[in-house]
Design a protein around this ligand. Structure first.
Ligand SMILES: [Zn+2]
Length: 156
């Protein structure tokens, strides 16, 4: 069993704010959920927006920005449990998303929000999002709706 990612309500609302701010500029938004593993779960303690370049259908995190992320992880002893990004239209995992995903560990989670998250609220976050998980065969597989709760959910 892979650990369940638990994120507090505040973390979801911070995530939505970042994605919506990018969306207002017609750019994809990207955040990382940083957390700590504890037995059967990963508790998210920080929503981190990496320095990046973005356009309407694209984002790129340059190497110096990834070094900043790594320093943050080391100093706080955290891991990137999930990456969350927005799309202008439908939520899916594009070829570029598959290839350029920042996190590559087995069970890594990638969440995609449609319409720049402009219609998303804390309560609709998980129902609107498409959730993908990296398999042991290194493929991003979409988690079916009924399985999302086991992969990631709001903790409070
Ligand atoms: Zn994408």
């Amino acid at each position: 069993m892979s650990p369940t990612i638990l994120i507090p309500r505040l973390g979801i609302s911070q995530t939505i704010k970042v994605l919506q701010r990018s969306g207002q500029r017609r750019h994809e938004g990207i955040v990382f959920w940083l957390g700590r593993r504890a037995a059967d779960r990963i508790e998210i303690v920080e929503v981190y927006e990496p320095a990046h370049e973005a356009k309407a259908d694209f984002f790129h995190i340059p190497p110096h920005s990834m070094q900043d992320v790594q320093a943050e992880l080391r100093s706080k002893r955290l891991m990137i449990a999930a990456q969350v990004h927005s799309h202008p239209m439908e939520a899916f995992h594009s070829q570029a998303d598959d290839t350029w995903a920042v996190i590559r560990h087995v069970d890594a989670v990638s969440i995609v929000l449609p319409y720049f998250a402009s219609r998303t609220s804390v309560n609709t976050f998980f129902s609107e999002s498409a959730v993908f998980q990296l398999s042991s065969a290194n493929c991003w597989l979409q988690v079916p709706d009924h399985g999302k709760d086991l992969v990631c959910r709001m903790s409070q």
